[in-house]
Design a protein around this ligand. Structure first.
Ligand SMILES: CC(C)(COP(=O)(O)OP(=O)(O)OC[C@H]1O[C@@H](n2cnc3c(N)ncnc32)[C@H](O)[C@@H]1OP(=O)(O)O)[C@@H](O)C(=O)NCCC(=O)NCCS
Length: 150
């Protein structure tokens, strides 16, 4: 299967990433109405923050941003295109993220997990552990902090 975790570079890749995030992570009802998706959020271009697309046979089917902080990386804005959910793609993306992070010297991954996704993270080797309570605000207000030592 031609599955690739690709750092977003071209205008087309940025557009595909925004489209998946907007439809899956910022779908109506998922957050309070005052949270509006910002395509020009500075965190997407900050040093060490690397937005990625999961490409299946050159079709963008998933997104994840890897925020690299030396031996730790925070996994943010994780989503699989609805038509491709529940078929193992999220789990394969998690493996690819883990491999990439390991190769960059990361030894612990962290996430603010949506409550509805905690089961997914548990199945892919994560466990609940608070890593920065200050992050549990805004978009992540109702999230559960989890880590994976790799
Ligand atoms: C959460 C998400 C990334 C998982 O991707 P996916 O491709 O659907 O997951 P997979 O098919 O690889 O599932 C892997 C395992 O996790 C389980 N799983 C998947 N989603 C789950 C969920 N929401 N709750 C509990 N278990 C879940 C699957 O049943 C599977 O278990 P199995 O190995 O026993 O069969 C995807 O469903 C998604 O984008 N959801 C909406 C956005 C979201 O919640 N993102 C996370 C924000 S932190």
């Amino acid at each position: 299967m031609g599955l690739e975790l690709r750092a977003v570079q071209t205008d087309e890749e940025w557009a595909a990433m925004h489209d998946i995030r907007r439809r899956v992570l910022f779908a109506p009802g998922r957050h309070s109405p005052d949270i509006i998706y910002d395509e020009n959020h500075p965190e997407d271009r900050a040093d060490g923050n690397v937005p990625h697309l999961l490409m299946l046979e050159e079709i963008p089917i998933g997104v994840v941003r890897l925020d690299l902080r030396d031996t730790v990386a925070i996994v943010r804005l994780v989503a699989i295109e609805p038509a491709y959910q529940g078929q193992g793609h999220g789990s394969l993306m998690d493996e690819l993220v883990t491999q990439k992070a390991w190769g960059l010297g990361v030894r612990q991954l962290r996430v603010n997990a949506a409550r509805t996704a905690v089961g997914f993270y548990q199945k892919t080797g994560w466990q609940e552990a608070e890593w920065d309570a200050d992050e549990l605000a805004g978009l992540a207000a109702d999230c559960v902090q989890m880590v994976k030592d790799i």
